[in-house]
Write a protein that binds this ligand. Structure first.
Ligand code: AMP
Length: 140
């Protein structure tokens, strides 16, 4: 299976509870390697741009406010079939529906404050990585 990359965000509910290491450990134990990482405070422009696909959804404004409510850690993850591997370890969007052992089941607070984001396709991973990282910031 091919080694690919995906994009991850450790969200404000997780950084607020000092879970950056706990989340990263679960990602690493799932076979993913952190090849880029930075802790940032998202601007309104970044949050709105990143979630632009959800602009018409009823939860859009709350989601943007939440993503700006504290620091986030944006990461590039590398591994075999990285997009699927990451989505499997994240678990379902709503932690109430997530499988035991997944990040969201073990750590998330709610469907909005669900601790992590992960790209849903290789195409979106490439777009999302480029949104936050310059090529030279990614060291595999
Ligand atoms: P996604 O693009 O699938 O990562 O979804 C974006 C994020 O929006 C999710 O990870 C949640 O934080 C949030 N979200 C998705 N659906 C809902 C919902 N029904 N209510 C509130 N927040 C949601």
């Amino acid at each position: 299976m091919a080694v690919t990359r995906t994009f991850s965000i450790i969200k404000p509910d997780a950084t607020r509870r000092n879970l950056t290491g706990a989340v990263t450990k679960m990602l690493e134990e799932a076979g993913l390697r952190v090849v880029a990482s930075k802790r940032i405070r998202m601007t309104k422009e970044q949050a709105e741009g990143f979630y632009g696909v959800h602009r018409e959804r009823p939860f859009f404004n709350d989601l943007v406010t939440f993503m700006m409510s504290g620091p986030v850690v944006v990461q590039v993850l590398e591994g075999e079939d990285a997009v699927k591997r990451n989505r499997d370890v994240m678990g379902a969007t709503n932690p109430a529906n997530a499988e035991p052992g997944t990040i969201r089941k073990e750590l998330a607070e709610s469907i909005e404050a669900n601790s992590v984001h992960g790209s849903d396709s290789d195409e979106n991973a490439a777009t999302e990585i480029a949104f936050f990282f310059k090529p030279e910031e990614i060291v595999g």
